[in-house]
Design a protein around this ligand. Structure first.
Ligand code: SAM
Length: 340
C-alpha cells in the first residue's frame, strides 16, 4: 500500500519517464520500485531506518537504496522527488541536498500532506531554484515542481547545527543538535528529570532513541569508561549524536535501529526518553514495544530506567515485563520509571 504522497507521485509518473531519479526522504512503501515502470534508474535515500529497511531488500541494478543524512555517492540526477519532512526545520536542509544532486536545469518535485507545511514551499525555495508551480492536488496532498537554475552551495554540517552548552547533574556538556532533531534549541523537561535520576551504571549501556546524544554525553561525563550503544531510527539524530560525542571528546557506538531490534548484545543498563511520536502521530506503540523488547536485552542484574509523560499508560506494561513498577521521581508532567 502506497502512502498518500506516494500515490500522488505515482499518478504523475509520466513526469519521470526515462529519467534518472533521486527519491529523497522517501516513505515506508515501495514507490521507488513502482517508479521503475517509467523512470530509467531510481536512487532512494531514507532518513528513517524503518523506511530504508522496507525498501533495501528490493535493490537491483536499477534501484539503489541508502540510509543516512546525505547520499554517500556524488551522483547527479535528472529529477529529485523530495518528500516534505514532518519537521519543517529540516526542509531547507533537504532542499539544499536536492539542489546538490541535480544536474544543471534538473527538476525538483516536492510532495507533502496538505497540512504538513508543503503549501509554503514557494517561500522556502532558495534562489538557486526557479519559482515553484503547483502541479497536482489529490489524496490530501500537494505536488509542486521547480528547476535548478544555479549551483547549490556545498553542505557543511556545522551550518545546520545548533550548538549549546548544558549544565547537567553529571557536569557541563556541549550539545550539537542538527535541524529537525528532538530538543533542537533546549533540553527537554523529561530528559532533564531523567538526568537528575540516573542510576549508577557500569559495563555496557544502551541509550535507546539517543537523539542528539544528551543522555549518553551526560553518562560519559560522569563515567567515561562506560561502553555505550546509542541507537536511533533517525539519520539526523545519529549524525547529531556523533557530533555531540566528538564535541565533548567522548566515544560510543552510534548506529541505526528501529526499536531495539538492531541493538547488539545484552546490556548492563538501558536508559531512555522513549519516543511517543511516529511522524506527526502521537503513539505509545514504539515505547510499548521497547518496554517489551528491552526486558529481553537486559542482563538479570541490569538497570533499566526511562522517563515518560505521566499521562501515558506505561505502568501496566512495565509491571508485565519487569514484575514490578517503581516510580522513582515525578513532577506534574513526567514520571521516571525504574526496574529496581
Ligand atoms: C523523546 S526523543 C529523545 C531524544 C534524546 N534521547 C533526548 O532525551 O533528548 C526520542 C528519540 O527516539 C527516536 N525514535 C523514534 N522512533 C524510534 C524507533 N522506532 N526506534 C528508535 N528510535 C526511535 C527519535 O528519532 C528521537 O530521537
Amino acid at each position: 500500500m502506497l502512502s498518500n504522497p506516494s500515490q500522488l507521485i505515482l499518478r504523475n509518473s509520466e513526469l519521470f519517464e526515462s529519467k534518472n531519479v533521486l527519491l529523497l526522504n522517501f516513505e515506508s512503501d515501495l514507490l521507488a520500485k513502482e517508479l521503475l515502470h517509467s523512470a530509467k534508474q531510481v536512487t532512494a535515500l531514507a532518513l528513517d531506518f524503518n523506511h530504508y529497511q522496507q525498501l533495501a531488500s528490493h535493490e537491483s541494478a536499477s534501484l539503489s537504496v541508502y540510509f543516512g543524512h546525505n547520499l554517500p555517492v556524488e551522483a547527479k540526477f535528472d529529477a529529485v522527488i523530495l518528500f516534505y519532512p514532518k519537521s519543517k526545520s529540516l526542509a531547507p536542509y533537504l532542499i539544499n541536498l536536492a539542489g546538490l544532486h541535480l544536474k544543471s536545469g534538473g527538476e525538483l518535485f516536492v510532495v507533502g500532506e496538505n497540512k504538513g507545511g508543503v503549501r509554503s514551499i514557494a517561500k522556502q525555495l532558495p534562489d538557486y531554484f526557479d519559482s515553484a508551480s503547483k502541479l497536482d492536488n489529490a489524496r490530501h496532498c500537494l505536488l509542486f515542481g521547480t528547476e535548478l537554475i544555479n549551483t547549490a552551495p556545498a553542505i557543511k554540517l556545522e551550518d545546520w547545527v545548533s550548538q549549546y552548552t548544558l549544565s547537567t547533574p553529571q557536569g557541563e556538556i556541549t550539545i550539537c543538535n542538527l535541524v529537525g532533531v528532538f530538543s533542537e534549541k533546549r533540553l527537554d523537561e523529561g530528559t532533564k528529570l531523567l538526568l537528575e535520576h540516573l542510576p549508577a551504571l557500569h559495563g555496557k549501556v544502551l541509550d535507546f532513541g539517543c537523539g542528539a546524544g544528551i543522555i549518553s554525553a551526560a553518562m560519559l561525563k560522569l563515567q567515561p569508561t562506560l561502553d555505550i550503544d546509542c541507537v536511533d531510527i533517525n539519520a539526523m539524530a545519529l549524525a547529531s549524536c556523533r557530533l555531540t560525542l566528538a564535541a565533548n571528546g567522548m566515544t560510543a557506538n552510534v548506529y541505526p535501529s528501529d526499536g531495539i531490534g538492531q541493538a547488539q548484545g545484552v546490556f548492563d543498563g538501558i536508559i531512555s526518553n522513549p519516543p511517543f511520536h511516529d511522524g506527526l502521530q502521537s503513539t505509545t506503540n514504539i515505547a510499548a514495544q521497547f518496554v517489551q523488547d528491552s526486558a529481553k536485552k537486559l542482563k538479570p542484574s541490569g538497570k533499566w530506567r526511562i522517563v515518560a509523560n505521566r499521562h501515558l499508560p506505561y505502568s501496566e506494561l512495565i509491571a508485565k515485563q519487569f514484575k514490578t513498577v517503581n516510580v522513582i521521581a515525578e513532577n506534574n508532567k513526567y514520571k521516571v520509571y525504574s526496574n529496581s
